[in-house]
Design a protein around this ligand. Structure first.
Ligand code: NAD
Ligand code: UDP
Length: 319
């Protein structure tokens, strides 16, 4: 198949492009390089089935493709709050453009949604039928509300125009190729520990997150995109999602900081900084639906995933 990956030069997108190339597909990797980097995909450039397109999804584009993975959007709070109006535009106008393309060329489209659509959840673990608790005027809303509208658009193009859609809600995912300046907790803590700097815990560190290794996530994405074509009989129905993809093992951020200190052997001090506004206190996916509908669950333990990620950052920090 010919497959378009928007945000393909980003952290998750580059792993997805690599896996799809290994599965013998032709890949169109589209990116505006806001948070993505050519370093993430340089090893794919020699492959004649890989094409790179510098483009911003807030502008329309016409391409002939069979499938679209729509990942283009900054994901780190630091980056998505840098130009919040652009973040909303990317999720809203960008998703309209990608859905318009899918409709025109009859491609199947998968939207990378997020656990952030649950906001600061009042229930835990979060199931797909929970409607969430989002502040629509806060600093995080450009991302949260943008992604919520993107889900609405996906469902309405499906109901109104019969576009073949898939929605996944990704929970905190980590691994090699996160940018050094990404600003999210996994890269921040590892880079701080490796440099011997203070490890910055926001708030008292009692807030929780659940961390999924990137290869597990990519496996779930591909299963969701292709499940109708699965030889497994029960998977023959049309399932649009949304479906949660994440690792249900939950950690307090303070315990996570201690774990990074142990794994890196760092002498760093753990210091406390103010908690950003609207920072969700509890986040853990209920993945019953993914287990039932996709036969999917994460396989990589936090220890193994972090070892690989620490190794990556060690190399990246070499002079
Ligand atoms: P990332 O910032 O590494 O990747 C995003 C990519 O999109 C970058 O390459 C960036 O340059 C590109 N991009 C941004 N705006 C664009 C635009 N207007 N046009 C074209 N390209 C654009 O982040 P990531 O962690 O790889 O996230 C990928 C997707 O997964 C995002 O949609 C994000 O919301 C979603 N997601 C990620 C996580 C996670 O924990 N990593 C969790 C939930 C959802
Ligand atoms: N966090 C932290 N120190 C950092 C970066 C993040 O304590 O240097 C906390 C942040 O306040 C949040 C959690 O770690 O509670 C996860 O933050 P991240 O930015 O990775 O993603 P989020 O899940 O909030 O989108």
């Amino acid at each position: 198949m010919r497959i378009l990956v928007t945000g393909g030069a980003g952290f998750i997108g580059s792993h997805l492009c690599e896996r799809l190339l290994n599965d013998s597909h032709d890949i169109l990797c589209l990116d505006n390089f806001f948070t993505g980097s050519k370093d993430n995909i340089i090893h794919l450039m020699d492959n004649h089935r890989f094409e790179l397109i510098r483009h911003d999804i807030t502008q329309p584009i016409l391409l002939e493709v069979d499938q679209i993975y729509n990942l283009a959007c900054p994901a780190s709070p630091v980056h998505y709050q840098y130009n919040p109006v652009k973040t909303t535009k990317t999720s809203v106008m960008g998703t309209i453009n990608m859905l318009g393309l899918a409709k025109r060329v009859r491609a199947r489209i998968l939207q990378a949604s997020t656990s952030e659509i649950y906001g600061d959840p009042k229930v835990s673990p979060q199931k797909e039928d929970y409607w969430g608790n989002v502040n629509c005027i806060g600093l995080r809303s450009c991302y949260d509300e943008g992604k919520r509208v993107a889900e609405t658009l996906m469902m309405d193009y499906h109901r109104q125009n019969k576009v073949d859609i898939r929605i996944i809600r990704i929970f905190n995912t980590y691994g090699p190729r996160m940018a050094l300046n990404d600003g999210r907790v996994v890269s921040n803590f590892i880079v701080q520990a490796l440099k011997g700097e203070d490890i910055t815990v926001y708030g008292d560190g009692a807030q929780t997150r659940s961390f999924c290794y990137v290869s597990d996530l990519v496996d779930g994405m591909i299963r969701m995109m292709n499940r109708d074509d699965s030889p497994i009989k029960d998977f023959g129905d049309k399932f649009t999602g949304p479906v949660n993809l994440g690792n249900p093992d939950e950690y307090k951020i303070l315990d996570f900081a201690t774990k990074i200190k142990e794994l890196t052997g760092a002498k760093s001090k753990i210091v406390f900084k103010p908690l950003p506004p609207d920072d969700p206190m509890q986040r853990r996916p209920d993945i019953t639906l993914a287990r039932q509908k996709l036969g999917w669950e994460p396989k990589v333990s936090l220890g193994d995933g972090l070892d690989k990620t620490i190794e990556y950052f060690k190399n990246k920090l070499k002079p």
